[in-house]
Design a protein around this ligand. Structure first.
Ligand code: 5RP
Length: 296
């Protein structure tokens, strides 16, 4: 019970000042509940509306990946440079310090390993566990055009419904089968389906032609997937083109942790995403940060 003594009567109501209304920088989020918007704001930097998400959930289907042999050694030191981390609950609980301040996107689908058909996934985590570890979103693979397309959509919608109940957003990830073409037509189809079925965030690959239409046609933020390891300048160029075409940032794994200097690459990617630095300048940043790290 507040101490009543010295309690002064309220009198400053500023009747000439309209009530606060929060224009929303996050596409498609203005009608979401406060908790959902708060969690999205822990993933997408409110200043830029973009994210540098560090993906290291690869183990959920391919076991130990080059550069992820020891997540506690390879990844934990990079967490401070990431706006958000994308990982499995197993990697989180065993290898990431609970004091980590980055946003958290938990891998919530799984099933086949790389030895089988990757589209044969199910949901792989209860939403209650995402709540338990303070996740800011859960991630689910969606195999539009894949053998188990409908089941992957069902995985998505199950998590979306559970996410609404818990106030946790869902990141739908377009999984492009080997037989499918990563062009604007396919990516536009897949990202729109994911958004229409309720995901609050979409992750998809970049395409040289028409990516701006893929982004514009998707009513929620599109985050560019890093994909296979490229030379650093190529990865920075791809990230720059993607954000300049409207992507709400990047979710990179191999292009960070398989880089010659992951910390320097995080610095360079952040400069491209949040400061709109040209790729060539960001690459120079990468090189000088690499030299600094080596000499340290
Ligand atoms: C597959 C995934 C992976 O789990 C991972 O996130 C991919 O990261 P990257 O391609 O940047 O190494 O989402 O679609």
């Amino acid at each position: 019970m507040a101490d009543l003594e010295g309690n002064s009567a309220a009198k400053q109501f500023h009747p000439d000042v309209p009530a606060a209304s929060f224009t929303h920088a996050i596409r498609g989020a203005s009608n979401l509940d406060w908790g959902m918007q708060n969690r999205l704001a822990r993933i997408l930097d409110p200043q830029t509306g973009r994210t540098v998400m560090l993906a290291f959930d690869h183990g959920y289907f391919q076991g130990p990946t080059s550069g992820l042999e020891r997540i506690d050694l390879n990844i934990a030191p990079l967490a401070a440079q990431a706006d958000a981390l994308m990982c499995t609950r197993g990697a989180l609980r065993t290898s990431i310090p609970p004091a980590t301040q980055a946003g958290l996107v938990l891998r919530a689908s799984g099933g086949p390993s790389i030895l089988k058909d990757l589209s044969d996934e199910y949901t792989a985590m209860a939403m209650q566990d995402a709540v338990r570890v303070n996740a800011d979103a859960v991630a689910v693979q969606v195999f539009v055009g894949g053998v188990h397309e409908s089941r992957s959509i069902r995985n998505l919608t199950t998590l979306v419904d559970e996410g609404y109940a818990a106030g946790i957003p869902v990141l739908g990830v377009t999984a492009v089968g080997k037989e499918l073409v990563r062009d604007a037509r396919y990516l536009g189809l897949a990202t729109r389906i994911i958004a229409e079925l309720g995901a609050q965030l979409v992750k998809t690959y970049y395409c040289d032609e028409g990516f701006e239409d893929v982004v514009a046609g998707c009513p929620v933020p599109v985050i560019m997937a890093g994909g296979k390891k490229l030379p650093e300048l190529d990865a920075l160029t791809m990230a720059s083109r993607a954000v300049r075409a409207g992507a709400a940032g990047v979710d990179m794994g191999r292009n960070i942790f398989q880089s010659a200097n992951p910390a320097a690459m995080m610095t360079a990617v952040r400069a491209v995403v949040h400061d709109d630095l040209d790729p060539a300048e960001a690459f120079e940043l990468f090189r000088s940060a690499s030299e600094t790290t080596v000499s340290a």
